[in-house]
Design a protein around this ligand. Structure first.
Ligand code: ZN
Ligand code: ZN
Length: 403
């Protein structure tokens, strides 16, 4: 058949880069499978948001799924909270939190000695804290957690309590708009009650005895309101799944209505079991029309500025992607959410390479998957918000404009 009926969207987080001594990590890596897909398909470069706009992973992923972040994004909190497993609803106000250590009112460790055993602390807070609105507090990876407030008169326009640096006091949450006074007051009350519980909790008493940093406070950032959006199946008529390791991408998937499918050994780092994730994605295509496969490691090593590990990890990804080269009746799409140049150690606004292969695709002359080759391809230069409409058209599911 010359029309695909399923879509596999592979997002290589932060894999896109700038030249390091003349070549980008994608050019330097050994990627026969990615190059094969490029030669079978159509390539281009893609601005995550718009030229010159430097995006976070959150807004970049929303745009890739066709949800305009300029309309719906207020902060990262809701996606982290959904990723942590909190059943968020539209209108909830959510935050990313850290367990942290404070001494004489100053934060001495924003990660509380990278504490892991936070399950009991979270339960003690959920049980012992009493607020004027409903709240849900849940642990996330390591020292991280998420807080959700639900009730009338809440507003996410509040400042962070997280000072972002050790050596400063926990900040009082302030209302950034008059409507947010109530929310700020509730958050400061939450912090006060949580600190009282944490200070006395046996886990922290033990940690102090063992000379470890106690998790004796909670710092909050990334306030956002859960957006009112059309879920993926309604928006596109496709049943979708997400395969990812990071709470953020899992949460974005969940809020957009994708089924999260867990993979054993998926870490979000370069040690992740990429083979298992790819197999899981192929398996998920049996029961879903759309699968988002997120592979995170390249972003992490780029933030560390480690070009050698970035190239090695891209090689590892390519090995694992051998399985997707010959998928039948599937549009195989490979891209990155944004560029993370190792020289910058952070995200940049550089466009990312994107390629689409599968039935009905007008293959171009591009023979390699990298930033420079892709720029010569038939997709030219698009934006992430354009991707889903293009894919929907390739599977013949777009409505005609005009008559
Ligand atoms: Zn990212
Ligand atoms: Zn990043």
């Amino acid at each position: 058949m010359d029309i695909a009926n399923k879509i596999l969207l592979v997002i290589l987080d932060g894999a896109s880069d700038r030249p390091v001594k003349g070549k980008t990590p994608l050019q330097l890596a050994n990627t026969p499978h990615l190059d094969k897909i490029a030669s079978m398909g159509i390539s281009g470069i893609m601005d995550p948001i718009a030229p010159g706009i430097r995006p976070g992973s959150d807004v970049a992923h929303l745009a890739l799924l066709g949800y305009d972040p300029c309309d719906i994004y207020t902060g990262r909190g809701p996606f982290e909270a959904a990723g942590a497993g909190i059943p968020v609803k539209k209108g909830d106000v959510a935050f990313r939190c850290n367990f942290a250590t404070k001494k004489n009112d100053v934060i001495v460790d924003r990660r509380a000695g990278r504490i892991r055993e936070t399950g009991e602390l979270v339960r003690a807070i959920q049980k012992g804290v009493h607020l004027d609105v409903t709240f849900m507090f849940e642990k996330s990876a390591g020292h991280r957690a998420a807080l959700v407030l639900r009730g009338n008169g809440l507003d996410s326009n509040v400042s962070d309590s997280d000072p972002k640096h050790d050596g400063e006091a926990v900040r009082n949450v302030r209302a950034l708009k008059p409507d947010a006074e109530k929310t700020a007051r509730i958050l400061n009350e939450f912090t006060k009650q949580a600190e009282y519980i944490l200070e006395r909790h046996p886990i922290n008493v033990e940690r102090v005895k063992a000379n470890k940093s106690p998790a004796n406070t909670i710092i909050m950032r990334g306030a956002g309101t859960v957006p009112d959006i059309k879920i993926f199946s309604e928006k596109y008529g496709l049943k979708g799944a997400v395969i990812a390791a990071t709470a953020l991408v899992i949460g974005i998937g969940r809020i957009c209505g994708l089924n999260y499918i867990e993979t054993k050994g998926a870490t979000g780092g370069v040690d992740s079991n990429v083979d298992a994730k790819v197999k899981n994605a192929i398996d998920a295509l049996k029961k879903h029309d759309f699968v988002l496969l997120s592979i995170k490691g390249a972003d992490e090593v780029s933030h560390d500025g480690n070009v050698k590990e970035k190239i090695q990890f891209i090689n590892k990804i390519d090995d694992a992607l051998a399985l997707i080269v010959d998928l039948k009746d599937v549009l195989v799409v490979v891209t990155a959410d944004h560029s993370t140049p190792v020289a910058v150690k952070d995200h940049s606004a550089d466009p990312v390479p994107v390629m689409i292969a599968g039935p009905g695709v007008r293959a171009d002359g591009v023979r390699a998957y990298d930033e420079v080759s892709a720029a010569t391809g038939g997709l030219n230069r698009i934006r992430s918000m354009n991707l889903m409409p293009i894919l929907m058209d390739l599977i013949n599911k777009t409505k005609k404009f005009g008559a």
